[in-house]
Write a new protein. Structure first.
Length: 620
């Protein structure tokens, strides 16, 4: 069996295509459906009459969710590179393609979606642009098919091309040791913890003893499923759900690995690295990076004997800050810490190089680290660090910069200072444990506030905010709209909560301009007597799945739609009156006034006299 994956820019129709091909909506979360945007990986099952099947992985196109795309990208063998015929290749089309060149894609089909929105001449032009775009990449010469997921045009031909490609793919190494990067974990009443992922190589059978980590522990497979059907054994290439008794769901998740017991945790691996052409100039002899291996994102140091000057493959080493199960031959990519520029990628070599030093180090590092350690989570500002370590400010500053680059100290803001990495990491671990437990128990909560963390951990709220900020920048923890969550966590409402909001908003689904009154929402919540509804509403508002405008509540997609119409009208006419806006939005004056004021406050429009103009000439 093989895994087919989507890639491409936000809104280009990846998820709609998966739905049209498989009948399954890969957007699992209500936030995704209300917002009309994929946030996390989605999964589906493609089946042909002759028994050929494939697992489908749908990725988010928005750059903010690139870490989720990366967690699913390594498993793909057949790529559907999605380009909207009416929009052409865009930044994430290029970024996804650049990432995938380092991973395991073996065949590509370019899919021009939204073909119903262009005429024959524009479509021919879109084909030309797409062919030019993939020229010189691994996708050069790939078949290019135009489809409309809306009308169904071209879907039969695409299914034919997918079938042909799947049949032509060699099976993945079934005789190798088992290696399954985990992309999801959840618990089922009566079954305990289930983990899912793509079995990259080898076989797994019920009853097998496997290694789970990090941290490493031995587990026994109770049961296996592929697309909801029970299996005694599964082979490489399948999307598998594995039932692991005795493992708490909070202890395992995306980024962990399930593998044959012959493997072990490694903290330093020899690699073959190939730089991305445009990033060659950024490479240093030893530099902190984010490494993406399997479904994991790991902070690491990339070290060269000789820094590459072009994109020819070069031997190098990766020192992983978190020891991880790494399989020889595994493909990976690395990005810069900040900004998260793609640097390149490669494959893991066979030899273990644990214990190699990272180079000589000046003696003042020890003194500064000791000073920082003494200050704990409060950290030290530069001048006090210099005084405590008995060093000149200038040398202290240079050393602190190196320590920050190496990941042994973090830079703090407001007020500026430095904190020892171990102390900060310990806080992060405590916070993440707490968040994970909360997210498992009440997955519908938007997250945990700094105040709640402060009370639970008995650490000053301001210290929490200051120490966690660098982790939030690095993607080790997520902070959004006042709530902390584990990275990649997307709140998910309970089925009865989802059903409640879907029912409530179904009434206005066909009218883009019609909201539900806030009072109606509150009354319905009170009457429904479903636990957790007020918190679920908070969550939907925090994620912008729902948007409160004055006394009314809209679906995020409605507001985005009206905003699109408004911006198009303003670009065309330069200005708009309230009455014209009311007609444009298909709503009444009662709703049009607060809506337009909301767009003013959101920085979309600017009021001048009786009309509105665009605040910024172009907004994406
Ligand atoms: N007219 C037309 N609209 C389409 C087609 N495919 C998708 N759309 C619309 O385009 C919008 C985006 O579609 P999605 O499938 O959510 O796009 P996506 O690529 O999955 O977006 P992200 O996952 O957020 O990156 C939706 O409003 C779809 O209804 C199509 O073939 N024709
Ligand atoms: Mg999508």
């Amino acid at each position: 069996m093989h895994v087919l994956g989507t890639a491409g820019h936000v809104d280009h129709g990846k998820s709609a295509l998966v739905r049209a091909l498989t009948g399954t909506d890969p957007d699992r979360w209500i936030e995704e459906r209300l917002r009309g945007m994929t946030l996390d990986l989605g999964f589906a099952h493609l089946r042909f009459e002759d028994g050929t099947e494939a697992g489908v992985v749908d990725v988010p196109g928005h750059e903010r969710f690139l870490h989720n795309m990366l967690a699913g990208a390594a498993g793909m063998e057949l790529l559907l590179l999605v380009i909207a015929a009416n929009d052409g290749p865009r930044p994430q089309t290029a970024e996804h393609l650049a990432i995938l060149q380092y991973l395991n894609v073996r065949r590509t089909i370019v899919v021009l979606t939204k073909a119903d929105l262009v005429d024959a001449e524009e479509l021919a032009f879109a084909r030309e642009i797409a062919a030019e775009f993939v020229a010189g990449t691994f996708a050069q010469g790939a078949p290019c098919l135009a489809v409309s997921s809306l009308t169904g045009a071209g879907l039969q031909e695409l299914r034919g091309a997918i079938h042909e490609a799947l049949v032509a793919l060699d099976p993945r190494a079934p005789d190798a040791l088992a290696y399954l990067p985990i992309d999801r974990s959840f618990s089922l009443p009566g079954h305990g913890t289930i983990v899912t992922g793509t079995l990259m190589q080898g076989r797994i059978a019920a009853g097998d003893e496997l290694l789970l980590g990090p941290p490493a522990r031995s587990v026994r497979v109770r049961g296996l499923q592929v697309f909801g059907a029970k299996r005694e054994r599964v082979e490489a290439g399948a999307r598998v759900a594995v039932n692991l008794p005795g493992v708490e769901v909070a202890e395992v998740g995306r980024g962990d690995v399930l593998a044959s017991p012959q493997f072990e945790l490694r903290s330093s691996v020899e690699i073959t690295f190939r730089a991305l052409d445009i990033s060659v100039g950024l490479l240093k002899r030893s530099m902190p990076v984010r490494a993406y291996v399997g479904s994991a994102e790991i902070l690491a140091t990339l070290a060269f004997e000789r820094v590459p000057e072009d994109s020819t493959p070069t031997p190098a080493r990766l020192h992983l800050r978190t020891p991880t199960i790494v399989v020889p031959g595994a493909a990976f990519i690395v990005r810069r810490l900040s900004p998260k520029t793609l640097l390149g990628g490669g494959t893991v070599a066979g030899v273990d190089v644990d214990g190699l030093a990272l180079g000589d180090e000046p003696p003042e590092f020890g003194a500064i680290l000791a000073a920082l350690r003494g200050a704990g989570l409060a950290g030290l500002e530069l001048a006090s660090a210099a005084t405590t370590a008995n060093l000149a400010v200038e040398r202290t500053e240079q050393a602190l910069v190196s320590l920050v680059e190496d990941g042994r100290a973090y830079r703090l803001q407001r007020p500026a200072g430095f904190v020892e990495a171990d102390a900060a990491n310990e806080l992060l671990t405590l916070v993440l444990e707490r968040l994970k437990t909360g997210e498992t128990e009440s997955p519908y909560l938007a997250g945990t506030t700094g105040l709640a963390l402060s009370r639970a951990l008995e650490v000053d709220e301001s210290v929490i905010a200051r120490v966690l900020a660098p982790f939030a920048d690095d993607g080790k923890i997520a902070y959004r709209s006042g709530y902390y969550t584990t990275p990649g966590f997307v709140p998910s409402l309970r089925p009865e909560q989802t059903a409640f909001f879907e029912r409530l908003f179904a009434a206005v689904a066909s009218e883009p301009g019609a909201p539900v009154a806030l009072d109606t929402v509150h009354n319905a919540i009170r009457e429904a007597r479903i636990p957790g509804l007020p918190a679920a509403l908070e969550t939907l508002l925090a994620s912008r799945a729902l948007v409160r405008v004055g006394d009314a509540v809209y679906r995020g997609e409605q507001v985005a739609h009206v905003r699109g119409l408004l911006e198009a009208a303003l670009r065309r006419d330069g200005q708009i009156t309230m009455a014209a806006f009311r007609d444009l939005a298909g709503t009444s004056r009662k709703y049009a006034v607060p809506l337009l004021e909301w767009f003013d406050a959101a920085g979309v429009t600017l009021r001048t006299g009786d009309v509105r103009v665009l605040r910024r000439p172009s907004v994406t």
